[in-house]
Design a protein around this ligand. Structure first.
Ligand code: FES
Ligand code: FES
Length: 192
C-alpha cells in the first residue's frame, strides 16, 4: 500500500517593521527567515552578501543599531523596531563615497568584491570605536572577516587610509558647505 503525501499547512507569516539605511520597511516573513535573506529578497537590497551562512566569513555583516552583526545568524523577526545599516547605506549625501568606501577604492582593497560589503560595514563600526588605529589594531579590526582574494595587505592599508579620510572630513566640512550662500539680488542675477 502506498502512503499518501503529507500535506503541509501554509507557513505562518510574521509582520516585522524596521528601518534600513534610514528608510522604513514592513515585511511579512516566516519565523525562520534569516535576516540576510530578508534584506536581499524581501527588502531588495542585495549589497549584503551571503557566503557561509554559518557566521564564519563575515560577508553578511551589517550594522544593527550601529553594532556590526552577522545577518545570517539573525532571524528577521528578531530585529523588530531596529535601525539597520547595510553597505548601501555607507554612501554619504550627494552620492559621495563614505570614508571606508573611498579608502578601498584608493588602496585597491578588493578584487572580486564578494567579501567587501562585510569588510566595509565592519570597518565603519570599528573606526567609530577606534578612529586612529595602529596597523596591528587595523588587522585586529578585520580579523573576523574572510577574504579569499586579496591577502589582506590592501585591506589593512584601506583601514588606515579610511581613518585618515574620516579624520580630515571631520576637520573640514564637505566641499559644498564651504561655499558661502550668495544673496540673490537683481545685481547678482537672482529673482527680484
Ligand atoms: S554569510 Fe554570514 S558569516 Fe558568512
Ligand atoms: S575580494 Fe574576493 S573574497 Fe575578498
Amino acid at each position: 500500500m502506498t502512503s499518501q503525501p503529507e500535506i503541509l499547512a501554509p507557513e505562518a507569516l510574521h509582520h516585522v517593521t524596521f528601518t534600513v539605511n534610514g528608510a522604513a520597511y514592513e515585511i511579512d516573513v516566516p519565523a525562520r527567515r534569516l535576516l540576510s535573506d530578508a534584506l536581499r529578497q524581501d527588502v531588495g537590497l542585495t549589497g549584503t552578501h551571503v557566503g557561509c551562512e554559518h557566521g564564519v566569513c563575515g560577508a553578511c555583516t551589517i550594522l544593527v543599531d550601529g553594532r556590526p552583526m552577522r545577518a545570517c545568524l539573525l532571524l528577521a523577526v528578531s530585529v523588530e523596531g531596529a535601525s539597520l545599516t547595510t553597505v548601501e547605506g555607507l554612501t554619504e549625501s550627494g552620492d559621495r563615497l563614505g570614508p571606508v568606501q573611498q579608502a578601498f577604492k584608493e588602496c585597491h582593497g578588493l578584487q572580486c568584491g564578494f567579501c567587501t560589503p562585510g569588510f566595509l560595514t565592519t570597518i565603519t563600526a570599528g573606526l567609530r570605536e577606534n578612529p586612529d588605529p595602529t596597523e596591528d589594531e587595523a588587522r585586529e579590526m578585520i580579523a573576523g572577516n574572510l577574504c579569499r582574494c586579496t591577502g589582506y595587505q590592501n585591506i589593512v592599508k584601506s583601514v588606515l587610509r579610511a581613518a585618515e579620510i574620516a579624520g580630515s572630513r571631520q576637520a573640514r566640512p564637505a566641499e559644498g558647505s564651504l561655499v558661502e550662500p550668495v544673496e540673490t539680488t537683481p545685481e547678482t542675477g537672482g529673482d527680484a
